[in-house]
Design a protein around this ligand. Sequence first.
Ligand SMILES: O=C(O)CCC(=O)C(=O)O
Length: 293
Amino acid sequence: MSAAATAAATAAAAAATSTSLATAVRPALRALSAEQCAFYHEHGYLRIPGVFTETEMAALDRDLMTLIGSWAGSSPGWSGPWRKVYMDEKTEKQSKLIAMHDLQHYSRAWNDAVNNPGLCDAMADLIGENVELHHTTLHAKPPETGHPFPMHQDWAFYKHENDRYVDVLVHLDDTSPENGEIRFLDGSHKLGSLEHVTMTPDGPCTPHLPTDQFHLEDTVPVPAKRGDVVVFNINTIHGSYINRTDTIRRLVRMGYRDPENKQSEGQSIERLGPMVRGMRPNVTVSRAKYVEE
Ligand SMILES: O=C(O)CCC(=O)C(=O)O
């Protein structure tokens, strides 16, 4: 077994034994165990089983399918030279991605999901006492040729000054190697933010890391069950393979940050998000502007 494969197996085993949020006995405002927090900080990701109950999942699933039929878009997905490395010519032409942003603005069930108490407590454990929702995004891989994701950091899509930003993948479907489970380059958040490929001789492309330097084969697979979440640091390098099964694979990403973590570029910039834990500190404007003395 190669060193990368050994590290991958160890990390996957540790992720698989993490405690369920639903069953954990926890003091106020603490959802995760010390081991779970340490795992996240060491590896840059963590699977948290059973965050959403089957009753909650049924409502989320129902609303998601309505959104997929009404508001979501289907497209060839991310552009760039990586496509020819990840897919043969025929697959590349057929591959599609179903996506939409900010599901919480369209569905009560999804608005409840972003405020899920156990999940928000977990975010406070990883980020600090003040936690702001930044955005949500659906990524659904259709059957047979559903869109793979090249290696990248989410930082490249919404640049922040530090890594007090956690992405949460809510699993609507069980994931596996066959349908393109999420995969992480173990510990890669420690590299900080990296320059991504954003330009080709033909013009701009979707940000991704150079395919000759970053390989999906070197990553740790983190398969999960419906109702689980997989969380990761904004700088953790990740990607996923194509969905080769005959059913859709649906994940919704929800991004949470420290409200003091300034964004410099990208998705949802200059938009205030709802506070799901604590308060937004007023660090930029003098109190006198808002309060009559
Ligand atoms: O849905 C996937 O497989 C990967 C999604 C992803 O890379 C992301 O949400 O940043």
